[in-house]
Write a protein that binds this ligand. Structure first.
Ligand code: ADQ
Length: 457
């Protein structure tokens, strides 16, 4: 409104993500990342409440009690099925993670996706003020800028994609690939995690949507100009380092680590390469019996998206494999794999990372992977553990001092595990120091600052 002092209206940041972080939100990287980024900005965060209602209100609900304003909406059960489980997580998620064979294409999924994005735009508009900047998060909301523009919103609108962008071969598996680029054309700025993603976007835009690359970072799509840039996301490194250093070294944790511990922490998702990790461990135990009772593997993986078939399949597969490996190798004193299906409090996670000699991050595809950064931040610099990192994690583009492996090749991964077990303290220190420097420089504050500076340009 014109009555507001311009200084006050100039800097408000509006973040929109699928899920509004309320007390009970699941432990997704997006939630962890944005909570840290928004705390200092005094902005508004808009997202799904997590509740389904048959006849939800179109007035956004205020949730006081955070350092920023939180506004939520409910979804109908049908919206939740078609927009969230359907188009977002049974079409876009597998597509962006190189698994088009796992897509479940249904016309009603696209209808629900379009309907929910249009409704979010309608609910948001009355809350906007002149001078606001809007930052849209992730694949659930690709069409949101188009819907806001249709309602007359002229504010800068940026998008950040947390997951990989598909190349032309995968993009071509969408029912209407050009539509994806049309949605993106309404943003002023589209951010990606890695150079690889930006390259895939450029190639797919060119081949499937007549996109024109005007310069390194500038595209013409559907007659509009869109800027793109790479912003590798980070963690709140200083806070996480402090948490790890202060984590209690409880008896329970000590008993876990009588053997040298390897740790994996993931949402239970088929993109994370958990079965591949288990098979490589099995191979290691077959090939090097000397390691029996000297190495143990703690895998923490809370189930997500359990209503989607592919997630039921990955749960069965991993449980079956863990059971088989334990059956094959366990002794009265030693359980080779502990597989825990629940989220852990962050300070406990930090303590577990710190006690683990090896951090295993072996996704088949991953936008960035924050666990890799958390593992590095949690180490004791004097006697640090070794990060084993998939070349398919976005993090591998910058974390080059990790042991970089191909998760599809169990031999490659098993050799890296053996190498990490044997690695000299000085080599571990050197690798860790180099990795930590990157994780400290490119932390979550750097990420949001850099993105917002680019959006403001
Ligand atoms: P995610 O796929 O959720 O995020 P990731 O980056 O690893 O993957 O983030 C997971 C976060 O959840 C980490 O902070 C981790 O500590 C936490 N977490 C995982 N399991 C946990 C458990 N059992 N208990 C407690 N906390 C747990 C998406 C993309 C990633 C991208 C992020 C951020 O898929 O590639 O890095 O967004 O952009």
């Amino acid at each position: 409104s014109g009555t507001q002092p311009s200084g006050q209206a100039a800097s408000r940041l509006i973040v929109v993500s699928n899920r509004l972080p309320l007390g009970d939100s699941p432990s997704g990287g997006l939630v962890v990342a944005l909570e840290d980024a928004l705390r200092s900005s005094g902005g508004v965060w808009v997202g799904f409440s997590g509740q389904t209602e048959d006849d939800p209100s179109d007035d956004l609900q205020d949730h006081p009690g955070a350092a920023f304003q939180r506004l939520s909406f409910d979804l109908t059960p049908q919206d939740h099925e078609e927009y969230y489980l359907g188009y977002s997580n049974s079409i876009l998620w597998p597509l962006c993670h190189g698994r088009p064979n796992l897509m479940r294409i249904k016309p009603e999924y696209l209808d629900g996706y379009a309907r929910v994005n249009a409704r979010i735009a309608r609910m948001l508009v009355p809350h906007l003020r002149p001078g606001d900047r809007i930052w849209v998060q992730d694949y659930h909301l690709f069409p949101l800028a188009m819907e806001l523009r249709a309602l007359g919103v002229t504010a800068p609108i940026g998008h950040f994609l947390h997951i990989p962008f598909p190349g032309p071969a995968d993009c071509g598996a969408l029912p209407n690939p050009a539509e994806l680029f049309d949605w993106l054309s309404h943003y002023d700025l589209v951010g990606f995690q890695t150079e690889r993603d930006l390259g895939a976007f450029a190639e797919s835009a060119r081949q499937l949507a007549d996109g024109d690359q005007i310069s390194d970072q500038l595209f013409r799509l559907s007659g509009r100009r869109v800027r793109t840039q790479v912003f590798p996301i980070g963690i709140d490194t200083a806070a996480f380092m402090a948490e790890a250093a202060e984590a209690p070294d409880s008896d329970r944790m000590r008993s876990l680590t009588r053997a040298q511990m390897m740790i994996g922490v993931d949402r239970l998702d088929y993109s994370k390469g958990i079965p591949q990790r288990f098979r490589a461990y099995q191979l290691l135990l077959e090939k090097i019996p000397d390691l029996h009772e000297k190495i143990s593997f703690l895998q923490i993986a809370p189930p997500t998206r359990g209503e989607v078939d592919a997630y039921q399949d990955i749960r069965e597969e991993t449980e079956h494999l863990a059971g088989r490996i334990n059956g094959q190798f366990a002794t009265l004193n030693w359980t080779p794999i502990r597989f825990i299906h629940r989220p852990f409090p962050r300070n406990e996670l930090a303590g577990l990372y710190r006690q683990a000699r090896i951090g295993l991050v072996t996704p088949l595809a991953d936008g960035m992977n924050l666990v890799a950064k958390e593992y590095v931040a949690a180490q004791n610099a004097d006697d640090p553990g070794v990060l084993i990192l998939s070349r398919f994690a976005g993090a591998a583009e910058t974390m080059t001092e990790a042991l970089i492996i191909n998760p599809h090749d169990p031999h490659d991964l098993a050799v890296a595990m053996a190498q990490a077990m044997r690695m000299s303290r000085s080599e571990r220190q050197d690798r860790h120091a180099a990795l930590l420097e990157g994780v400290m420089t490119h932390d979550i504050a750097w990420w949001s600052r850099t993105y917002l500076a680019a959006l403001g340009d």
